[in-house]
Design a protein around this ligand. Structure first.
Ligand SMILES: C[S@@+](CC[C@H](N)C(=O)[O-])C[C@H]1O[C@@H](n2cnc3c(N)ncnc32)[C@H](O)[C@@H]1O
Length: 169
């Protein structure tokens, strides 16, 4: 039994590291948003019951769990399978599990056309590429709440404690 547990632990650790390296190159490393900041991001988003929201690179799913009580659907997109399954496990403990969806996929292949509010915490060198994707796919009026990093040349509609809110015209 301890041998099986050791093997599971080693495989999980290898997956976490390998996908962590890939995630760092393709978007951002796993660096979770602090609890206080998660609350601030949710408040700044001014969520409504009609909203479909997405956290692009959802990590352990904390933003999705925090948003779920206020919206129709909260979706988490995460490439790292270890974080994805951990988020699915934590979802089981939530009374709002019906509102929550987690997908293990690459965010660059994710369609954003149905999303009303997009949360993100990305590296600065990916912000321009992401801005192009948002402009191409998201509908007018949708909001984007970015933790720490700004979109170059895009007007901010609200800002608090290095959280930046944008709206598509
Ligand atoms: C800075 S963390 C933010 C986690 C979470 N949103 C939060 O605020 O706590 C960025 C997350 O994006 C994920 N990520 C990076 N590149 C990705 C990609 N191409 N597709 C999906 N997820 C990605 C990482 O694995 C990591 O969990």
């Amino acid at each position: 039994m301890p041998l099986i547990l050791s093997i599971i632990f080693i495989i999980t650790a290898i997956l976490f590291v390998v996908y962590g390296i890939y995630a760092t190159k393709s978007g951002a490393p796993f660096w979770p948003t602090g609890r206080k900041k998660v609350k601030q991001m949710i408040q700044l988003a001014e969520l409504t019951k009609d909203d479909v929201v997405m956290d692009l690179g959802s990590g352990d799913g904390r933003i999705v769990r925090a948003a779920a009580p206020y919206v129709t659907r909260a979706i988490g997109i995460e490439i790292n399978p270890v974080l994805h399954y951990w988020a699915l496990f934590l979802r089981l403990c939530s009374p709002y599990k019906k509102q929550m969806i987690f997908e293990q996929t690459n965010l660059w292949k994710t369609d954003l056309s149905e999303i009303d509010v997009l949360f993100l915490f990305f590296m600065p060198d990916k912000m321009e590429k992401l801005h192009q994707k948002i402009k191409k796919e998201m509908k007018p009026g949708s909001r984007i709440v970015s933790n720490i990093f700004q979109f170059p040349g895009w007007s901010i509609v609200k800002k608090h404690d290095m959280i930046y809110v944008y709206q598509l015209s």
